[in-house]
Ligand binder design. Structure first.
Ligand code: GLA
Length: 696
């Protein structure tokens, strides 16, 4: 279709790998609405979300499947955008202007003749994915300042005629990514964060499906925004579930002066015909695309946090590094505690100089010693935070978020730098960039151990989009560091998993999902994580920690197989491991290196769950020739029964039923593995397994 024809028509279809997304501007031109969202061909038939009946006591906009609604279009059912004028008036009403695009992208422009606000509603479906990226650019073409009260990025309409089933993830520190669900008859459900960071409490991710078909068509939404956010699902009385996704403005409205523009973050929508598991694969493919050329194998790392905490010194780190190198570890990461004024978490942040007392022969000599063991070197930083006792704070007390005349709220004994300020951004960038230039560093763990509390600047400069400015500079700094130091792997961490969103997935290489490394706790965390995130993003360590929530003991093998589900690391105090434990560890690390390509690139099937007798993850290589199964025993380790017991069976997915698969001497047909399942027999000493099947 030529561009002129495209511009003349009023209905457009975007196509991804196997999904289509069709929208249309009705005759009246006041909004854009969804026609259908699903598999190829879904738009060919009456719209499953369309509505043209009367709307007694409502406006037609309240019932229509509007893509991006103002409070004029949806006065009762909740708009995506609320704008206030100088006199306190709150109505913006669109008129359709134009559209440009093709099968992969679409930009539809609307404008409001009264306020002069213009909105370009944008869509993109990256080739090879089943994800639609949606965002909006707002421009004030009028003469007076506008106040943005609510700035959603997108509304997603999902047909749920029999009731909506919503899956979401809740959590807390040390217990992130807890997958849960709620059935929504009528009314609303909201998750979000007002912390200036995605947060531990909820993940900016939601899955929606019809209650009558819980394993069938499933739609997902996620937000690429590293600040405060909100996702709201409302099921109306007519069976339509509308999900609003966007930034949350906990500090009040934003100003949009005449001539100014604001680009809202990308809200991503995913579709799969195969339930939550299928939806996870859509997100995995998308994040693998976001990683692009950086989707290489991540190094097996050792991180010394749990072994030495703040008591870092050259001697104890080298003792750990020597053993780590023998085990087959590739990168040695020194965590918190390496810099001046950091004997504990009461000081040091901001003064990013290696502590000469801890590295008496010099930091570079220490790094060289680590490298001489054949290891790459990595370092922990938390450059957005500052300790009140630091030199940085003494010199720049005005650099932190604060409200004049009021005390600042410390969290973990630290304040937060106002990264939105250019001089602070310059400090943070040059600090990290300087460390990477000065020292031989191949891995960076960037932490963020407190949310923002004070919504203001010391100088009291009027209303500022603090969240927006902080996040924009954070993203820019990550991008610049990756551009200038392409060989450095960046792990994003925020006291565990408080900073995992699609924008960070595009700018970092791996996420630290939780400080909880206890085996059964971690199993539940990783199970939720993998529903929203690809394995290459899952950093996981083998440690000696007991579980906080589920303290039942598990074997070293269990811990290894668990950490191998993503990017394997070791975090135990390996100085205390016995010779047998070290031999076992070296064997697991060697096996991981054999399978990690498949873990990074394979098709993931989540089997059972942490609260079920069956619990495994299957990774099928892109050429379907190799299937890696990681399986865990979730039950009590109280011995074999006296009655004959049969193995747990793990039904594998996506295999060719007619093909044969081999594991050692054992042969299975694909049909058997699918219909009956791969057997695993648990005993008190055998509580996890790694099974690699080769297509015969
Ligand atoms: C956070 C991180 C941990 C560790 C500590 C260091 O809690 O999540 O992994 O780096 O900070 O203080």
């Amino acid at each position: 279709m030529n561009p002129n024809e495209w511009a003349r028509q009023r209905s457009w279809t975007l196509r991804g790998a196997s999904t289509e997304y069709t929208v249309a501007v009705p005759e009246h031109g006041r909004w854009l609405e969804l026609v259908a969202w699903g598999p190829y061909g879904v738009s060919d038939g009456p719209s499953p979300v369309g509505y043209d009946g009367p709307t007694p006591f409502l406006t037609s906009g309240d019932a229509a499947p509007i893509e991006y609604g103002t409070d004029a279009a949806r006065p009762f059912a909740g708009p995506d955008l609320v704008v206030e004028t100088a006199n306190g008036g709150r109505r913006v009403s669109w008129g359709y202007r134009e559209a440009t695009g093709d099968e992969r992208s679409l930009a539809v422009t609307f404008a409001d003749p009264v306020t002069g606000l213009r909105a370009v509603v944008r869509y993109e479906m990256p080739a090879g994915t089943d994800v639609v990226r949606r965002w909006v650019e707002l421009t004030n073409d009028g003469e007076t300042e506008l106040r943005l009260v609510r700035i959603g990025s997108a509304g997603f309409c999902v047909p749920t005629p029999h009731g909506a089933r919503l899956s979401y993830q809740w959590g807390q520190w040390a217990q992130e990514f807890q997958l849960d669900q709620v059935d929504l008859g009528h009314g609303g459900f909201t998750v979000g964060s007002a912390q200036g960071v995605p947060g531990h409490l909820y993940v900016p991710w939601l899955a929606v499906r019809d209650q009558a078909e819980p394993d069938g068509p499933t739609w997902g939404m996620a937000l690429a925004w590293t600040g405060s956010w909100e996702i709201t699902a409302d099921r109306d009385t007519g069976g339509l579930t509308r999900v609003r996704v966007g930034r949350h403005l906990p500090d009040g409205p934003l100003d949009l002066p005449p001539g100014a523009s604001l680009e809202l973050p990308v809200a991503a929508g995913a579709y799969s015909p195969d339930g939550l598991g299928g939806l996870a694969r859509v997100w995995h493919d998308y994040q693998r695309q976001l990683a692009g050329e950086r989707l290489g194998p991540r190094p097996v790392l050792y991180n010394s946090w749990e072994a030495t905490y703040f008591s870092v010194d050259a001697e104890n780190q080298l003792a750990l590094a020597r053993i780590a190198a023998d085990l087959g570890v590739e990168t040695f990461v020194v965590d918190d505690g390496w810099f001046v004024g950091r004997p504990d978490d009461h000081g040091g942040l901001g003064d990013w100089t290696p502590d000469p007392a801890k590295f008496p022969a010099g930091f570079d000599s220490f790094v060289a010693d680590v490298r001489a063991l054949g290891l790459n070197f990595g370092l922990w930083v938390e450059p957005e935070c500052v300790s009140p006792r630091s030199r940085l704070y003494a010199e720049h007390p005005d650099w932190v978020y604060a409200i004049e005349g009021r005390p600042i709220t410390p969290i973990r004994n630290q304040y937060l730098l106002d990264l939105g300020r250019p001089e602070v951004a310059e400090f943070v960038h040059s600090t990290v960039d300087g460390l990477l230039r000065r020292h031989d560093i191949s891995y960076l763990k960037w932490d963020f151990n407190r949310p923002r509390t004070e919504p203001g600047r010391m100088a009291g400069t009027g209303r500022v989009d603090l969240d927006g400015a902080h996040v924009a500079n954070l993203h820019r700094i990550y991008e610049e560091l990756r551009r200038d130091h392409p060989h450095v792997v960046i792990e994003a961490c925020a006291g565990g998993g408080a900073r995992t969103d699609l924008a960070m997935a595009a700018r970092s290489d791996v996420f630290w999902p939780s400080d909880n490394t206890g085996p059964l706790d971690r199993l539940a965390i990783q199970y939720g994580f993998l529903h929203a995130n690809a394995p290459h993003l899952l950093s996981s360590w083998v440690t000696d920690s007991p579980g906080l929530f589920d303290p039942r003991p598990r074997s070293l093998a269990f811990r290894f197989v668990l950490a191998m589900a993503g990017v394997l690391g070791i975090g135990a105090d390996i100085r205390h491991w016995s010779a047998e434990q070290r031999t076992e560890a070296a064997a697991w690390i060697a096996r991981y290196k054999e399978i990690r390509e498949i873990v990074m690139h394979g098709t993931v099937h989540l089997i059972g769950g942490p609260d079920q007798p069956r619990c495994a993850v299957q990774y099928t290589s892109p050429d379907a020739a190799t299937v890696v199964v990681l399986a865990w025993h979730t039950g009590r380790l109280d011995g074999t029964g006296l009655l004959p017991s049969r193995p747990v069976r793990l039904p594998l997915r996506g295999l060719d039923p007619a093909a044969g698969y081999r594991h050692g001497e054992q042969h299975y047909s694909g049909a058997h593995l699918g219909a009956v399942g791969l057997p695993v027999q648990w005993t008190p000493t055998h509580d996890a397994d790694l099974i690699v099947l080769h297509r015969a």
